[in-house]
Design a protein around this ligand. Structure first.
Ligand code: SF4
Ligand code: SF4
Length: 325
């Protein structure tokens, strides 16, 4: 059935909203083919190496790019705009943000006033209809393998909204993928996965204490949800992912535990992602200290040795973007 014909048959107007911090068309590393990636706001984990720290809060907020600010050229347009007094000027006229009071904002007046785009509102509301409208707009870009990938942040924090979007995707015959920590209740997890064709689930560390140390939560719920997914008879394709970080989760001991877990659960694909520091600027723009700004890179040689260990244990292991999807 043609997309337009199906679309007319789809019921509209749920009244639900999702908080989304970015939507990227033409994504080629977030699942099969060319995809539209939808980045949800809010995450129950707070990984210390996170490349998208603007995704942590399930609320609207701003980022402040002080390198865009032209205070040194005489600008002070935002001096009186903030109703909370969160923009503070030093003796030289340079502005900075009091993040504690700024986080209570509901008006974001600073974003409109700055002529140099130093303030950016990084989370917006979307209705189900608005999001589906964007996916329908992108539909012809995807080709036969592509579709939509829900990522974040943590899409599962928008369970109710996401399920409504997924029902519409199913009616529209849109291929669906998710990038998730799987950190939610089993019921919500399986409810969402029921609509997914493809999934990436992160395994940060098999040691529960080490997992908690760097992400804020234990891995137990994540591992039990993956087991439950296998038992549920889910028919989709799961690729485990590991952001591979020197000195944290790059040991052969950790890899052997992952292999054991994969053998137990019957999932046989893993994608090792090399840690990068591309999120450094975002941490600065949110007024947060980034522990990993000087952290060393993973060596290619170590990654290749880890890959060899997985391959020797009959697990398909892909490094970085070098994947068959
Ligand atoms: S309005 Fe923008 S450019 Fe001007 S001082 Fe404020 S942040 Fe800087
Ligand atoms: S987001 Fe609101 S509280 Fe924060 S600086 Fe802008 S106007 Fe002030």
């Amino acid at each position: 059935m043609m997309l337009e014909t199906v679309a007319k048959a789809v019921e509209k107007g749920t009244g639900l909203n999702g908080l989304i911090f970015d939507i990227q068309s033409y994504s080629v590393h977030d699942g099969p083919g060319c995809r539209t990636s939808v980045f949800f706001a809010g995450c129950p984990l707070q990984c210390r190496w996170c490349a998208n720290p603007e995704s942590w809060l399930k609320k609207k907020h701003i980022m402040f790019a002080d390198r865009m600010c032209k205070w040194d050229k005489g600008c002070s347009a935002c001096r009186s705009i903030c109703p909370h007094g969160s923009i503070q000027f030093d003796a030289f006229g340079k502005p900075s943000i009091d993040w504690a009071t700024c986080m209570k904002c509901e008006t974001y007046d600073c974003v409109e006033i700055c002529p140099n785009n130093a303030f950016k509102q990084c989370v917006k509301d979307y209705s189900v209809d608005e999001l589906i409208g964007i996916l329908r707009r992108d539909f012809s870009n995807w080709g036969p393998e592509g579709g939509v990938t829900f990522t974040g942040g943590e899409p599962l924090m928008h369970h109710e909204f996401l399920v409504e979007v997924l029902k519409r995707c199913r009616q529209l015959q849109i291929h669906t993928a998710i990038e998730t920590s799987a950190f939610t209740t089993e019921e919500k997890f399986l409810d969402v996965m029921n609509y997914m064709h493809f999934a990436f689930i992160d395994i940060k560390n098999m040691d529960a204490e080490k997992h908690k140390e760097k992400t804020g939560v234990s891995n137990e719920r994540i591992l039990s949800n993956i087991r439950a997914l296998r038992k549920s008879g889910w028919k989709g394709r799961l690729v485990l992912r590991q952001p591979t970080i020197a000195g944290y989760n790059d040991s052969f001991e950790n890899a052997r535990k992952i292999i054991e877990f994969m053998n137990d659960t019957g999932f046989y694909e893993i994608n090792l992602l090399k840690f990068h520091r591309l999120g450094t600027t975002k941490w600065n723009q949110l007024g947060k200290a980034y522990d990993y700004s000087d952290h060393g890179d993973m060596s290619e040689e170590k990654l290749t040795r880890l890959q060899r260990l997985y391959l020797d244990n009959n697990i398909a292991c892909y490094i970085g973007d070098n994947t068959p999807f």
